[in-house]
Design a binder for this molecule. Structure first.
Ligand SMILES: O=C1O[C@H](COP(=O)(O)O)[C@@H](O)[C@H](O)[C@H]1O
Length: 254
């Protein structure tokens, strides 16, 4: 099947998804560091952080060049078991002798979601605005997961945040998935990234993956992530998650 240019590239991996993902991240890291001397990345929570395990003990990772943000975060203390930061610390950063610069939410604003999300947007502005972005930050890489309802970040089906175009970070207090209070990057930020990669594993994601990629017209939140040119969208999926997928798969080589 012929795919139009800039269509999502889907890597379906029978084995070695974490290793392929590490290779992909390192290529993005090297291109960014060679060009700009730093690597800006946004991470998700959920099942994603455990797929980053092949970065641990990998001598090619230039942690001192990384600027880490969160694609979405729950409005809970940083050491709470629901915190995406806490999860990333447990799965990855806490295992490193020299962790990178990590931009967490400001826990002093947990009781005021508007201030919490404005403070995180300020954090992004400090990192990006004077450098390589005009109206929206341009992340070198954003790593996303999907929920079985098609949500990504904290952008849920039929939620009013799907329409936000004018801010970098938005907040919600009615997430259908607990905990209810969260902040999230918005579509303009996701869609201005140089690269966005979704990671989906397990048979529990098979139906929704087919819905997202084979039926983008249904408009599930994850289907609406389409980086503008020259940005590129990638999917790293395992065999179980891609079992029902009609969308053409590419072989992974880098
Ligand atoms: O609530 C969230 O869910 C999504 C998907 O999680 P998963 O466990 O199904 O992979 C995650 O990407 C997001 O960061 C998180 O806040």
């Amino acid at each position: 099947m012929h795919q139009p240019p800039n269509s999502p590239i889907v890597y379906s991996l029978r084995t070695g998804l974490s290793s392929a993902l590490a290779t992909f991240i390192l290529k993005a890291q090297d291109e960014s560091v060679n060009k700009k001397g730093r690597f800006t990345i946004a991470l998700s929570g959920g099942s994603l952080p455990q797929q980053l395990k092949d970065l641990i003990d990998n001598p090619r990772v230039k942690w001192d060049k990384w600027q880490v943000f969160y694609a979405d975060e729950r409005a809970v203390p940083l050491d709470d078991q629901d915190s995406n930061h806490n999860l990333c610390m447990t799965e990855l950063f806490g295992k490193l002798p020299n962790p990178p610069a990590i931009h967490t939410l400001d826990p002093t604003h947990l009781d005021n979601l508007e201030m919490l999300s404005a403070a995180y947007e300020e954090e992004l502005i400090r990192e990006f605005a004077p450098k390589d972005s005009a109206r929206f930050p341009v992340f070198d890489l954003i790593l996303l997961g999907i929920g079985s309802d098609g949500h990504t970040c904290s952008l849920f089906p039929n939620h009013q945040l799907l329409a936000v175009e004018d801010t970098w970070v938005a907040y919600l207090d009615d997430s259908p998935k607990p905990p209810p209070k969260r902040i999230t990057l918005t579509y303009p930020v996701l869609n201005h990234a140089a690269r966005v990669a979704f990671v989906a594993t397990g048979e529990g994601k098979a139906d929704v993956l087919s819905m997202i990629l084979d039926h983008p017209e249904k408009g599930l939140p994850a289907s609406r992530v389409r980086p503008v040119h020259p940005g590129q969208l990638y999917w790293f999926v395992d065999e179980s998650a891609s079992a029902k997928l009609q969308y053409p798969k590419s072989s992974f080589s880098m």
